[in-house]
Design a binder for this molecule. Sequence first.
Ligand SMILES: [Zn+2]
Length: 348
Amino acid sequence: MNRVDLLKQLAEAVGVSGAEDEVRALIVDAIEGHVDEWRVDTMGNIIALKKGTGKISLRGMVVAHMDEVGFMVVGHDSSGLLSVESIGGIDAKILPALRVVVGEDKLPGVFVWKPIHFGSDNGIISIQNMRVDIGVTTKEAAKNAAPFGTRVAFDSQYITLRDSVVRCKAFDDRAGCTELITLCQSDPFPFDLYAVFSVQEEVGLCGATVLTAAVQPDFAIILEATACHEIPQDPDEPDMTTVTRLGQGPAISYMDRTSIAHPGLLRHFVKTAESEGIPHQFRSPQFAGGTDAGVIHKSGAGVPTLGVSLPCRYLHSPYSIISLTDFDHTVQLVRTALMRLTPSALER
Ligand SMILES: [Zn+2]
């Protein structure tokens, strides 16, 4: 399967945090035959080993998270409507009238909104006063169709907007997962590479917390999708809110909300990008969220860690936008940097 079909399949699959099963099955299918072994740990992370050529005695770990933001059913009204709680960071302002899918059977649903005939609504839009309508009209029917704990996900199809620019939900971080699968399908690296597809990143980096104990990596690379918001808030400071820019290549992180990059790995990746002429940019830490790097870099006795992110507009919405050109440059940068990596890149 080519990278576009794989990305489409993974982004359209549903895997709200803690219920990543559909995504996990697709990834296992895609990596089988390209890795030497794989297992699923207690948390649900996929830990796959791609043996190296043996030239360099290092253990590398590359991580992308499988889960996406979404909702969980937490109540049923007498009218058959579902109360939900957010799983991960979602702005309630985007929810009214939005299409969703409910549960493993992907029952179609919609977030309710007050029709304009009832007058303008000056109330605060919060998840607590929203409901999901799945087309049933009694509490009993709602409970049967979507029991407490059922996951609810954005309903969104992958489409090409123009040229290499595409739109779907969950590019955070199915784009990272697709990049990592592509690396698994590469020629062997000079060292053993552990490809890890983590769970529950969006609810507190949970899956990644146990990885260092299991893998004992000498270094870790985190493949993420990161915010991109190119609308100036203040005309005098046009770049104030731009964490990254679409189409300008992978964003290398000096720092995000939960970690600071390892200086040796940072130098190595920047040098690789410069010497190969691979377009790249630096992720501004100002509005960048946290990533799995936040727990991995300070786990065990400390792990040299670097994040490489794909710019993604409208992150955590049903309609995220990425550039496939950025995607290809991200894979090119990470693959080349890993092929050239030696122990000296892990010095401070
Ligand atoms: Zn993410």
